[in-house]
Design a protein around this ligand. Sequence first.
Ligand code: FE2
Length: 309
Amino acid sequence: MITGIEVLKFGVENRQEANTFLADFGLTQKASDLENADLYQTQNGSKIYLFDLDDARLPPAIEAGSTLREVTWGVENEQDFAQLKANLENEPGFVALADQVQCRDPNGMTIVFSKTITHAVETAKTEGINQYGNIQRVNAASPVYEKAEPVDIGHVVFFTPDLATTQAFYIEKLGFHLSDAYRNRGAFLRCRGEGFHHDLFLLSIPNKPAGLNHVAFVVRDIHEVIGGGLSMNRQSWSTFIGPGRHPISSAYFWYVNSPLGGAFEYYTNDDYLTEAWQPREEEHRLELFTEWAIEGGLDHETRRQVKSN
Ligand SMILES: [Fe+2]
């Protein structure tokens, strides 16, 4: 069984700026096991590597400039590798090692399957929300975060010019499940029957070539989404959009423009689905992207919306 995204490799134009961004975003720098590449981790051990844009060890890019070059998905056991090898052997870029399988998806992104490396993270019990009829926090204050410390890599989102082919590949070859869809425009996919709303979102915009839209990191609660976004604004990184809430997936989010390509997202409180969930298909429209959202972010001094001049 595929467990989720565990390693992301980026090729970037400016490694120094990208290093600062990842540290400010709340990821932890580790001694890199790869020469001339920087390594950051989430709390659960997921990895983010930074390479120079033209590093020959990186697979081909799906777009020009700084972007994501390789996605590694965690796999649970030996039977899964055998199944993956059988399913993917005719795909472009197919390579099979004892404990690793890789190929390129129809969008051109190199995807790797490797034994899972992440671990569960204990979180404090003060993070509950008190709602009518459901008291989760007693004699304890709700936390305020100075900055975020992302727990996990949650999902990636790609622009794909051929949505039908890419979506069919993930469902038929890799066993992904469709969670929800924008008619002919987008597919929210989860890698397991039971799990959070999406590990992968494929978005098709007319005349838009393949590319990275964003990568998203799970944080502990709504307060960490806000604390993380405020902290990034304080450190002079710009908000793309956030805070806000997606009606599809129910997640609270904050997206920050990233020098690694696309945006980096903090999110929490997404829907948890089982095989009993029936995917919804809707027209692609603004009300389904955001129930509400703040464009440009919040000013950390006034705690109010950034005013555009
Ligand atoms: Fe997202």
